[in-house]
Design a protein around this ligand. Structure first.
Ligand code: C2O
Ligand code: CU
Length: 475
């Protein structure tokens, strides 16, 4: 089978609208009392992506479900999670985007030993920032996440903006066989060196995303979380004007997205305020238009017949209060350059792997085709690419010298996006994952205030697997 069949709807397999219209997640997991431990069991389970009457797919999920349980906690609370590994492989849990102590970051060998099958690990930390975050393994990521291991973590603001519904949209794609099984083509060489593992079925909250039910006049807060291995989404809401209020969990100056499309890279989150200003009984497509000539109708917003809840949009503030992140001081910054190289059509001729310079052919033979500053990563324990002085502002200037886009993620910190291709970025948003288009250059800045050895890697999981990863030290 070709590794990347075009994505498409498989209407024969869909059991009908009723199931898809639900698309709501089960009740969130939350600690009833301070001191309670939440339980997450990564284990095999089954999913029905095409609704109740559709075929079953064997998946791996937290507590057997895809997506895994939504974890909810209030800002400043201590989160306690007991993870019991019921998989046939080692695993860990990484709390993506949370600025928490190194020992809780969930990177095997670097921050903790991997959790063996049948064993458990206790994650316990205070949650500093309010916003939309998520969790996933950091062991054999392309396979474990590709089989369904991930869940959303919502950290509630003390005073959230007034909305009628606060809704999570986990957007993902799956590579399924004709029999609706997960395709076992993990780390296929073509995926490693091109766009990563793109799927052939797109889902919303674990269901073939046909429709999402809304009511005219209501105001939604949509928390969009991209859990795909590789697919970058660019969502255009026909007839609607989503207003971005947070990126990667961090409050952003409320704004409409440039050219009307919400670009959400793998691991990215976008919180939007969406006023449902369509007609009762109407149907409005949401298109996914990221890949040229491969756009498709991701889902429809399906309006109830009921009269509008109100006649003009809710008149209430939507801006979120900032999180307590140290502000970079550019005047005293340490500066570093990072070059992304490799991949198909990238022209990389050699790189260093395990301390040895190798020609591209030999690298590829070892499953490595990408490098950061000339070094292809193997595993998670490496000589640090840079050492950042604890407490000092760091400016990273990142250049993508490849023919593919890369969402680059830094652990343990959020950073401000200062410039793109030499131009200042409006609002200098806080991010933890910055998307670089082919040939892009960006500058990001942050205070290195979280001590430890942290991963910096591409969140296209096949690119990470094939070398696009590094360690940076804060000391
Ligand atoms: Cu979602 Cu290493 O991260
Ligand atoms: Cu990449």
């Amino acid at each position: 089978m070709r590794p990347s069949k075009p994505i498409g709807r498989r209407s024969v397999l869909r059991s009908g609208l009723a199931a898809a219209l639900g698309a709501a997640l089960p009740l969130p997991l939350r600690q009833a009392r301070a001191g309670d431990w939440l339980r997450l069991e990564p284990r095999p389970g089954t999913a029905r992506f095409f609704g109740d009457g559709g075929p079953q797919t064997g998946v791996w999920g937290y507590n057997g479900a895809v997506p895994g349980p939504e974890v909810r906690v209030r800002q400043g609370d201590r989160l306690r999670v007991l993870v019991e590994n019921q998989l046939p492989q080692e695993t860990t849990v990484h709390w993506h985007g949370l600025r928490i102590p190194h020992a809780m970051d969930g990177v095997p060998d670097l921050t903790q030993p991997a959790i063996k099958p049948g064993e458990a690990f206790r994650y316990e930390f205070q949650v500093p920032d309010a916003g939309t975050f998520w969790y996933h393994p950091h062991v054999r990521s392309s396979e474990q996440q590709g089989r369904g291991l991930y869940g959303v973590l919502v950290v509630e603001e003390p005073e959230p903006p007034a909305v009628d519904r606060d809704v999570i949209w986990v957007i993902d794609d799956w590579r399924l066989t004709e029999q609706s099984a997960i395709s076992e083509t993990f780390d296929h060489p073509h995926d490693l060196s091109h766009d990563g593992r793109l799927g052939n079925v797109a889902t919303l909250n674990g269901l073939d995303s046909a429709a999402f039910a809304v009511r005219a006049g209501e105001r939604l807060r949509l928390r969009i979380v991209n859990t795909a291995n590789a697919r970058i989404f660019a969502l255009r809401f026909e007839g609607h004007r989503p207003l971005v209020i947070a990126l990667d969990g961090q409050p952003a100056t409320p704004h409409e997205p440039e050219d009307g499309r919400l670009v959400v890279p793998p691991a990215g989150r976008v919180d939007v305020i969406l006023d449902m200003q369509g007609e009762p009984g109407g149907r409005y497509p949401v298109m996914d238009e990221f890949y040229p000539r491969r756009s498709y109708r991701y889902l429809d917003l399906v309006y109830d017949q009921a009269a509008p809840l109100r006649n003009s949009p809710l008149d209430a503030a939507v801006a979120l209060a900032p999180n307590p992140i140290a502000e970079p001081n550019l005047a005293e910054a340490q500066r570093h350059d990072i070059v992304l190289a490799g991949g198909a059509m990238g022209g990389m001729r050699s790189a260093i792997l395990d301390g040895q310079t190798m020609e591209i052919g030999e690298l590829a033979g070892r499953g490595k085709v990408w490098a950061l500053n000339g070094i292809a990563a193997h595993g998670h324990v490496m000589e640090p690419l840079f050492t950042f002085r604890l407490g000092r502002t760091q400016v990273l200037s990142i250049r993508n010298e490849t023919a593919f886009p890369h969402p680059m993620h830094l652990h343990g910190h959020s950073f401000r996006l200062l410039t793109r291709n030499g131009n200042p970025v409006a609002g200098n948003p806080w991010l933890d994952t910055v998307l670089l288009a082919a040939e892009d250059r960006v500058e990001v800045a942050f205070v290195a205030d979280n001590p430890g050895d942290w991963l910096f890697h591409c969140h296209v999981l096949e690119h990470m697997q094939a070398g696009m990863s590094a360690v940076v030290r804060v000391a």
